[in-house]
Write a protein that binds this ligand. Sequence first.
Ligand code: DX5
Ligand code: ZN
Length: 215
Amino acid sequence: MSLLVAPSLLSADFGKLSQDIEFVNNSTADWFHVDVMDGVFVPNISFGFPIMKTLQLEARKPLDVHLMIVDPDKYLAEFAKYKTYMCSVHYEACTHLHRTIQNIKSLGMKASVVLNPHTPIHVLNDVIHELDMVLLMSVNPGFGGQKFIPHTLNKVSALKKMIIEKKLPTLIQVDGGVDPSNARALENAGANVVVAGNAVFGAPDRHEAIRLIKG
Ligand code: DX5
Ligand code: ZN
């Protein structure tokens, strides 16, 4: 199966958001990647519930919500209300990660945990069986358009090994600096889903960019 692609709306044109949402609706992309940043966990502020509301009304593909916020538990019910399909929380932001995962699932969302580039995969050893997906950051979170960190490929391979050894169905997603030049290597290492912001919204032919990343 080819890679699933989740275009990151962080790279969309917010003056023409409906047009960019419609582009994803009519493309071969699979999910909408929605980057929510609070200016505390990451050094940037993106958007919150008003955009979630627009997406709930206009998006016709699953909403893949990446929460770069402290204390995500406070807001999970509201993200569930806006039809979040996959809810990703950062390992580095959750003191009681197991409880947060249970909260996500009890609200009817799929649960995913994100690891920053410096966080080793073994921290998930006792919780991975609870997860629908693991998101490996291939840049330091906070901004679109950064350079892919090549060591991510080793992390994807090691995580794939862990998932196979434990006989789990957990998906692997990679986020940051993904483009046609590294997508095949990520797929071969075991990635199932990739996020692409700049590589899709910044491309002269956005449909072709998605096609090249999917493989
Ligand atoms: C970074 C975000 C990413 C980002 C990806 O903090 O989590 O989803 O928007 O953008 P590109 O693909 O441009 O690196
Ligand atoms: Zn993201």
